[in-house]
Design a protein around this ligand. Structure first.
Ligand code: AP5
Length: 216
């Protein structure tokens, strides 16, 4: 099963992916997470990507496509069969490349789910989000706070605001998303696999909507 999760920054792609990994045995490929890992490791790729991410712009296609290809091949070799793509593809060339990469392995996208959230609520979600520096668990200072302020419940790591969760960068990320979302809808609507889910509901209800619309 290949599931693609789309949605604006803060729509809940990462939150839902974590639940789908836990409950439905998916392997998550998040280009945002892969890029942040490269930044943390201090690689050249990470340094180059950071300059784009800090401005809320997309990292060049060639960089992202190469990363995804590598992780997908590695995990197919390990016998993984069900993948969630979280935040990839984000451009039509990325969508075309994913189609080719999957095709080489006899796979195709089965469901493309758009999580739709009213843009007013997104800024609150993102400015209130805190992420564990060690294990990347996601919290929200009001909706899902950690037991001890600033400390991860799971590993005791420090909770931080992502550098691209500053309001001026958020606005740029939202514009970037608006510019590409309909092109991606059009790309996948040809295959009749696009589903729309209301993301302005509780985390549990959004999860159930994804399960039902993607027929998991
Ligand atoms: P990426 O990391 O993918 O960021 P994003 O798409 O902006 O999405 P977010 O991670 O911010 O939000 P999310 O939808 O996962 O929401 P979450 O579940 O955390 O990308 C970052 C950057 O990397 C990009 O800007 C770009 O520069 C680069 N990049 C990445 N992929 C790329 C690609 N393919 N091509 C080129 N460049 C790329 O939830 C947010 C908050 O809301 C949390 O606090 C959570 O607790 C809360 N929340 C979640 N669900 C709910 C709910 N139902 N109700 C209330 N609160 C909720």
């Amino acid at each position: 099963m290949i599931l693609l999760l789309f949605g604006a920054p803060g729509s809940g792609k990462g939150t839902q992916s974590s639940i789908l990994v836990e409950k439905n045995n998916f392997f998550q490929i998040s280009t945002g997470d892969l890029l942040r890992a490269a930044i943390k490791e201090g690689t050249k790729l990470g340094r180059d990507a950071k300059a784009f991410m800090d401005k809320g712009e997309l990292v060049p296609d060639s960089v992202v496509i190469g990363l995804v290809d590598e992780v997908l091949i590695d995990n197919l070799k390990k016998g993984k069969k069900s993948f969630i793509f979280d935040g990839f593809p984000r451009t039509v060339p990325q969508a075309q490349s994913l189609k080719e990469i999957l095709g080489k392995h006899g796979l195709k996208a089965d469901s493309v789910v758009f999580i739709n959230v009213d843009s007013k609520g997104l800024i609150k979600r993102l400015t209130g989000r805190r992420v564990c520096q060690s294990c990347s668990t996601v919290y929200h200072i009001e909706n899902s706070p950690s037991k001890i302020s600033g400390v991860c419940d799971k590993c005791g790591g420090q909770l931080v605001l992502r550098t691209d969760d500053r309001e001026e960068v958020i606005l740029s990320r939202l514009n970037t998303y608006q510019a590409v979302a309909d092109m991606l809808r059009k790309f996948y609507s040809v295959d009749g696999i696009v589903k729309e889910v209301n993301g302005d509901q509780s985390v549990e209800t959004v999860y159930k909507s994804i399960v039902s619309s993607a027929e998991l």
